[in-house]
Design a protein around this ligand. Structure first.
Ligand code: IMP
Ligand code: MG
Length: 336
């Protein structure tokens, strides 16, 4: 099993958690490592009716044999991490890199009260911006400085690279999305770090030459939470007519909904170096495709849409998510 990085191609909330959970369950990687900014990202996994909303621990938790790592680039909120480990019974499976940055209560307060961050940018208020700022100013604590994290501390790059040396499977879970990258997104309406595959590799400590696959997840109808430009945003009336209404996993804010953006998808696939695409939410395009697992059973409309995504991005679509449950997916990886 190769090393794989998965990232969001639009503005976040593309359904990365579900795809990671499916890949973890199906491919049984030895390690699943989370990259990305921190607990501002909410990943949702639904397995046989059980719903997990995760902000720190990887969505790979559904594969019981997988070790769950948090890369050095990620900001850790010890309170959120502890809560998830306890709620989901993950003791003994979680490893936190010694060098992760720490979110302090003062960072959360600053994020929530700052007129620029909260007011203008529409931050999630989880302390990530102020914590990354403290990290850049070299005023941040690291995971190794936090007593309660001691039992989880490890060297994530060493674990991953040694696992790869032994031919084991490694899955890297990116968070956020291309459009809110600090480098490539709609600055200043962005998160506090880059969100592309190269950043995820750096976050977990694997060099570019060791990455075999980059999966970019696109949503059939992209969404955006918080402020900032959204070129293909649709009217509320159209979203209602399409029966699309979504709320943020972390903030419960209503998400803005847009039409497929082929230009953005192409640019995002390019910078991420996509080797394959995972497409989510095709059941929004045609409700008859809900839960379908075979390509042949998809409607003509959905098949045409898949072909359009491939034309737009020039990257093969190999995973097609047909509903929120992790088993609701068409997997074309071996067939195409
Ligand atoms: P911050 O990362 O909390 O500072 O928020 C900055 C901007 O990025 C806001 O518009 C947030 O809504 C957005 N954002 C941050 N993380 C995510 C995510 O995981 N999904 C979607 N939007 C996000
Ligand atoms: Mg999310």
């Amino acid at each position: 099993m190769p090393s794989t990085i998965l990232v969001g191609g639009f503005f976040g909330d593309e359904g990365k958690g579900k795809i990671i959970a499916y890949l973890a369950k199906h491919d049984k990687p030895d390690l699943v490592a989370r990259g990305g900014v921190g607990p501002n990202a909410g990943h949702t996994v639904i397995e046989e009716g059980t719903r997990y909303a995760l902000r720190m621990v990887s969505s790979g938790l559904v594969c019981e044999s997988a070790r769950l790592l948090i890369g050095a680039g990620v900001l850790v909120d010890p309170r959120v991490l502890r809560g998830e480990i306890e709620s989901f019974g993950l003791q003994g499976r979680v490893g936190v890199d010694r060098r992760c940055g720490i979110i302090e209560l003062e960072h959360i307060e600053a994020d929530k009260s700052d007129a620029h961050l909260k007011g203008k940018i529409g931050s999630t208020g989880t302390g990530c911006g102020p914590a990354n700022s403290a990290r850049v100013l070299r005023k941040s604590r690291q995971a190794k400085d936090v007593k309660e994290l001691e039992e989880f501390l490890c060297d994530v790059p060493l674990e991953i690279n040694e696992a790869l040396d032994r031919g084991k499977g490694v899955l890297v879970e990116g968070t956020q999305g291309f459009g809110i990258s600090l480098l490539y997104g709609t600055y200043p309406f962005v998160t506090s770090k880059d969100t592309t595959a190269s950043q995820m590799a750096a976050d977990v400590g694997i060099g570019p030459t060791r990455v075999d696959e980059v999966i970019v997840v696109f949503k059939s109808f992209p969404t955006r939470v918080g402020e900032g430009p959204f070129e293909t945003q649709m009217t509320e009336e159209r979203a209602t007519a399409l029966h699309i209404e979504e709320y943020g996993t972390v903030t419960r804010r209503k998400r803005r909904i847009g039409e497929w953006d082929g230009k953005m998808a192409a640019y995002s696939a390019m910078i991420n170096g996509a080797t394959m695409i995972a497409l989510s939410g095709v059941d929004r395009l045609d409700a008859s495709c809900r839960g379908v697992k075979e390509y042949e059973e998809l409607s003509k409309e959905v098949k045409e849409f898949v072909a359009q995504v491939e034309r737009d991005t020039r990257v093969p679509v190999k995973l097609i998510s047909t509903g929120p449950e992790l088993s609701e997916i068409v997997d074309l990886r071996e067939k195409k």
